[in-house]
Ligand binder design. Structure first.
Ligand SMILES: NC(=O)c1ccc[n+]([C@@H]2O[C@H](COP(=O)([O-])OP(=O)(O)OC[C@H]3O[C@@H](n4cnc5c(N)ncnc54)[C@H](OP(=O)(O)O)[C@@H]3O)[C@@H](O)[C@H]2O)c1
Length: 290
């Protein structure tokens, strides 16, 4: 099987690349070969590579910056996935795509199912929802995996890496405690993604939620990061982590207060539940110290 992995330099793509090798030949492309903001670049790469499966791990992920760059965010997140899906339909290929908990407004109060109503609060969430809709409009041969609070060892940065950096520099760190979600390690998300590949087909195509199990606030997550980092002997200066409210930390983009995703549907498909988020965190940090 020939697998085209788009967004090849991101944290999820870097983790996926070696794992996907167990499913076939992997052609990982970054924006220099397949620019998701340019429809012609997408069509040309698809025509040249002629994949059997496209895994799109590329996205415009700067949630706050998206508020001032809505057109670029929409080109990459809203339009490009639909073009990938159209090209897949033409080739008889399948598409695996990633979306976000930020398609929800966070007012639900219990874990969101795939069938729950969406209502994104910001430009990033709106653009990702537009991408989902464009994929569904193009046809049926897709899996969309909505995930959340993603962190890995590769890529440019994430919450865990930011906390480790701040924890080295500062004695006191203030972290938002009134946004609840499920941190998700790229290692577990990539493993689940690759387990779906042999199952791809008309009975399994559709939308799924995948996060690590368990829920926490960003504050809880920061505390856990420092506890686990300390156990591993990572250098830390931080003495106090202070819980603050979202109102005390204003950002350009509004974020959902509660964006826990139910993994029941994907667990039934894979016959296993996602590992707890703290387990994923331990594995990620263990790699950081190597
Ligand atoms: N990170 C999270 O917390 C989170 C949460 C929920 C869902 N997700 C979803 O999970 C998926 C993977 O995200 P991630 O965390 O791996 O993000 P990431 O580390 O920011 O990676 C995104 C990748 O997309 C690439 N990209 C951006 N614009 C592009 C363009 N015009 N053409 C080609 N590539 C382009 C980036 O390339 P450059 O490095 O060159 O910019 C980067 O390599 C995305 O669909 C994201 O929406 C992420």
């Amino acid at each position: 099987m020939k697998i085209l992995l788009a967004g090849g330099s991101g944290q999820l793509a870097q983790e996926l690349q070696p794992i996907l090798l167990s499913s076939g030949e992997v052609i990982a492309v970054d924006r220099t070969r397949l620019d998701l903001s340019q429809p012609e670049s997408i069509r040309q790469a698809m025509a040249e590579i002629q994949p059997d499966l496209v895994v799109n791990a590329g996205a415009y992920t700067a949630v706050d910056k998206a508020e001032s760059e809505p057109e670029l965010a929409n080109a990459v997140n809203g339009i490009a996935p639909g073009i990938l899906a159209e090209e897949c339909e033409k080739l008889g290929a399948s598409l695996m795509h990633f979306s976000t908990d930020y398609v929800f407004d966070g007012s639900h109060g219990s874990a969101y199912k795939e069938t729950d109503s969406t209502n994104p609060l910001g430009t990033y969430g709106k653009s990702k929802l537009a991408g989902e809709e464009a994929i569904r409009k193009a046809g049926n041969r897709h899996i969309i995996i909505r995930t959340a609070w993603v962190y890995g060892n590769g890529g440019k940065g994430n919450f865990v890496k930011t906390m480790l950096r701040l924890g080295k520099e500062r004695e006191e760190i203030r972290v938002v405690a009134d946004q609840i979600g499920s941190p998700t390690w790229t290692g577990d998300l990539s493993a689940a993604t690759s387990q779906i590949i042999p199952l791809l087909g008309p009975e399994t195509f559709g939308t799924y939620h995948y996060t690590n199990s368990g829920v926490c606030s960003w504050y809880d997550f920061a505390i856990a990061i420092f506890e686990e980092a300390e156990k591993l002997g990572l250098p830390l200066k931080v003495q106090r982590v202070i819980p603050i409210t979202t109102a005390e930390y204003p950002t350009p983009a509004k974020r959902p207060a509660f964006s826990v995703l139910s993994s029941v549907k994907i667990s039934a498909l894979l016959g296993t539940h996602p590992p707890h988020w703290r387990q994923g965190l331990r594995q990620m940090l263990a790699r950081e110290v190597k």
